[in-house]
Design a protein around this ligand. Structure first.
Ligand SMILES: [Zn+2]
Ligand SMILES: [Zn+2]
Length: 230
């Protein structure tokens, strides 16, 4: 069962398995207690959280990771390529795409509480040990270590691989767009390849950090359009 929390300033997702629960992303600093409250509403005690999984290590996704780690005792997981950002509490390189992204840059490019991953995740990580049915796909482009969680039922939790709409998803939230930022050595081709990878793996619905969710059809249409323009 997938639950979405609209936290500041990014969405957090809770995947409740039969016995265990996985939290995906943690919001900006100061959001951990809100996640605990929502877990309680879902009947999940902090000790029943089996894993805190970060789609990537930016401030608005990893900002409350260390607090949530303390409150739940759950292991914190990130892809190795983003682990240094987590350890340093910095966003790493961010190349803005467009005006809105340049405007936001100074607001989000600030230090955040450091945390240390307990495990590195990649495509070989077996999630059944954490009580959920799905797999990890490495989907770089926004950061080098961005991952998506593809649940067996077809939901893809894709972090900031794409964003829905504008103004943090406040408008046109169902319309796919490129993320605001790419890591410095990346280009848009890497984003498109990662989106295609998720589609080929069978993703039916895209749950993202800002805005969304977006249907497979709308993501396919977006990909066709941007590839034609490229
Ligand atoms: Zn991000
Ligand atoms: Zn984000």
């Amino acid at each position: 069962m997938l639950n979405k929390l609209n936290l500041r300033i990014a969405n957090v997702y809770i995947v409740k398995g039969e016995k265990k629960t996985v939290v995906i992303d943690t919001g900006q600093p100061g959001q951990a207690q809100k996640i605990i409250t929502r877990l309680a509403q879902l009947g999940v005690a902090p000790k029943d959280v089996s894993l805190i999984l970060l789609t990537h290590a930016h401030i608005d996704h990893a900002g409350s990771a260390v607090d949530l780690q303390k409150l739940t005792g759950a292991p914190l997981a990130v892809h190795a390529a983003d682990s240094e950002m987590l350890q340093r509490g910095t966003n790493g390189a961010m190349k803005p795409i467009g005006f809105e992204a340049r405007l936001l840059y100074n607001f989000i490019n600030v230090p955040f509480p450091k945390s240390k991953a307990d495990l590195f995740i990649d495509e070989n990580t077996d999630l059944s040990a954490y009580g959920i049915r799905g797999k990890i796909l490495h989907t770089p482009g926004h950061t080098a270590g961005s991952v998506s969680l593809l649940l067996e039922e077809g939901s893809a939790i894709a972090g900031d691989l794409l964003r829905g709409g504008a103004l943090g998803g406040a408008v046109l939230w169902h319309i796919p767009r490129y993320p605001y930022y790419l890591y410095d050595v990346a280009d848009k081709r890497i984003i498109r390849a990662s989106v295609r990878k998720l589609l080929e793996a069978g993703a039916q619905k895209f749950y993202v950090g800002h805005g969304g969710p977006m249907s497979r059809t709308s993501v396919e249409a977006w990909l066709m359009r941007v590839e034609a323009q490229a």
